[in-house]
Design a protein around this ligand. Structure first.
Ligand code: HEC
Ligand code: HEC
Length: 253
């Protein structure tokens, strides 16, 4: 009796242990199986970092994972998604990221040679780091990003964002100034023919009095005013005319 009782207690404990440890473990492993492939990477314990990187390194198949559209990805993004797989650790004799000793002789070749090599490939360095969807400018940015971390001062092609490009084209202080100097200055520089003179606060506030600058600008843009011809005779875009008008108004405050 006592014997069967003991075995009853034992099997009870076995079930408890199975329930408490076994079932969650089983669930955990099944979950792992579905969420991360094999899950546990035993290789991590026995392989050196370099060996792991070499194994993870699918030459020719890497893709840049980033939300920026193709052509507008920064050097940093390209480096972190593509070039890092070799240059991060200096694999296969590649100049290691941040290692100015390794990069010094490379930098001495000049930016143009370096990006040409990076685009076309160079010995064990695959063309575009193996990522064929990179544009020339993106590769150039990545080259500058890596080289600059090692002491170079390369000027990479700028990333043109839609708003940045439009904003720069219409900036009163740049485009506006340019249009002013090419066209508006003829009258507004001296105040000829009764034009409000550049930099003259009283002249300009008389024209703008009680009106919104935008309305005043739109009016002379379309209709002109007295000796002021429509658009000031300017042949470029309406937005460029507006930029020039804002440039003058901004400098009469
Ligand atoms: C598969 C590994 C690998 C990847 C990925 C890789 N490189 Fe390289 N890279 C190399 C190796 C190896 C060298 C050294 C080649 C040599 O000097 O013989 C090198 C050299 C370079 C050089 C120096 C060239 C010269 O003339 O000295 C530049 C610049 C460069 N890589 C840029 C990049 C850029 C940018 C990326 C990412 C878009 C990238 N690499 C991705 C392996 C790689
Ligand atoms: C041929 C001479 C002349 C040129 C060139 C000229 N303006 Fe004028 N502008 C005038 C005169 C004159 C007035 C004053 C009109 C009035 O109030 O009777 C004026 C007025 C203005 C005003 C104030 C609005 C108003 O109704 O008075 C703005 C804004 C303006 N010009 C912008 C420009 C811009 C921008 C350019 C260059 C793209 C330009 N102008 C080129 C002669 C000129």
């Amino acid at each position: 009796m006592s014997g069967s009782n003991t075995s009853g207690v034992q099997s009870f404990i076995t079930y408890v242990v199975l329930g408490v440890v076994g079932v969650p473990l089983f669930v955990f492993m099944v979950a792992k199986l579905y969420t991360s492939g094999s899950g546990v990477n035993l290789g991590l314990m026995t392989m050196t970092n370099e060996a792991i990187q070499a194994r993870l390194q699918p030459v020719g198949t890497s893709k840049v994972v980033d939300s920026a559209p193709i052509g507008q990805r920064s050097g940093k993004i390209v480096y972190e998604n593509v070039c890092i797989s070799c240059h991060g650790a200096g694999l296969m004799g590649s100049p290691k990221f941040g290692d100015s000793g390794a990069w010094g002789p490379r930098i001495a070749k000049g930016y143009e040679t370096l990006w040409t090599h990076a685009i076309k490939g160079f010995n064990a360095m695959p063309a575009r780091g193996g990522s064929t969807d990179l544009t020339d400018d993106e590769v150039k940015r990545a080259v500058a990003y890596m080289a600059d971390q090692a002491g170079a001062k390369f000027e990479a092609p700028a990333v043109a964002t839609a708003s940045g490009a439009a904003g720069a084209a219409l900036d009163p202080e740049t485009k506006g100034k340019e249009v002013y100097e090419s066209t508006c200055q003829a009258c507004h520089g001296t105040g000829a023919a009764g034009a409000p003179k550049f930099g003259n606060k009283a002249d300009w506030s008389a024209k703008l009095q009680g009106k919104k600058p935008e309305d005043v600008i739109e009016n002379v843009l379309k209709n002109g005013n007295g000796a002021m011809p429509p658009k000031g005779g300017y042949s470029g875009s309406d937005d460029e005319f507006r930029a020039a008008a804002h440039y003058m108004i901004n400098h009469a405050k």
